[in-house]
Design a protein around this ligand. Structure first.
Ligand code: FPP
Length: 235
């Protein structure tokens, strides 16, 4: 499974990606934005494949933010359709490669059919022990912190909120914080993504648009990460 790791000396345990630039990719080609999202699915496949080949334990992808509801209805519906279809179509490949699908975000209130299809794939792959592919759907960092505080307070009304208690109730509670966050398309922002979990994450920004992001681009990011020195606020 673990191939071509020579130039990547230090492998991150958790890589997270803000997949950005699908719309610009489509516009440059005179296509609809949805064609950009469709092309972006191929990049999801390539990135997942490389993560599994290298033995990266967690790959999380920011697929739909709570702010994305502000987009035109047709784009939103088209994007959800593409994601559901991709999850369904790829389930056999995930099984074959021992990849476990997980989804974090606010799925309450989403259509039952949509939840059903997502949970089916989650269930089928739940015993896979290789790379965990984590899709962040209807997710935002502020939502995650607030829901963590509320759930904690519901269960422990008399206890004060601490850093440990928030961390324990985040949607990502059993996943280590990302070591590396990649954002494509030249934007250099966190955009209300994993705000709590990225406190000590290394950031890597690339001008490559998400639909053009393939294994060599991912590998380059891993090589840069591998040369970074992480000090966690110490000297
Ligand atoms: C950002 O580009 C991209 C998105 C909002 C959606 C990304 C989702 C996918 C590629 C599908 C993932 C599928 C699975 C199954 C995980 P943008 O539209 O903001 O681009 P722009 O900034 O150029 O307009």
């Amino acid at each position: 499974m673990e191939q071509n790791r020579e130039s990547i000396l230090k492998l991150p345990t958790h890589v997270t990606i803000i997949m950005d630039g699908n719309g610009r990719w489509a516009k440059k080609r005179g296509l609809e934005r949805l064609n950009g999202h469709q092309a972006g699915i191929e990049s999801v496949r390539a990135s997942t494949e490389l993560a599994a080949e290298l033995g990266i334990k967690y790959l999380s992808l920011f697929a739909f933010s709570t702010e994305n509801w502000g987009r035109p209805k047709e784009e939103i519906e088209g994007l959800w359709g593409l994601m559901i279809k991709a999850i369904g179509d790829e389930t056999p490949t995930l099984m074959k490669n021992n990849i476990r699908l997980r989804v974090f975000g606010d799925l309450e209130g989403m259509s039952e059919n949509l939840q059903k299809q997502i949970y089916e794939c989650i269930e089928r792959t739940s015993h896979n022990t290789g790379t965990q592919l984590i899709v962040m759907l209807n997710y935002s960092g502020k939502w995650d912190i607030v829901q963590a505080c509320n759930r904690f307070k519901n269960e422990h009304p008399d206890e004060p909120i601490t850093e440990e208690s928030v961390a324990r109730y985040l949607s990502t509670a059993d996943v280590p914080d990302p070591d590396l966050m990649i954002r494509t398309s030249g934007e250099e922002r966190i955009s209300n993504y994993m705000l709590w979990q990225t406190a000590y994450t290394e950031f890597y920004f690339t001008p490559v648009l998400w639909p053009d992001f393939r294994k060599p681009d991912f590998r380059k990011a891993l090589e840069v990460y591998s040369q970074r020195e992480r000090r966690y606020g110490k000297v």
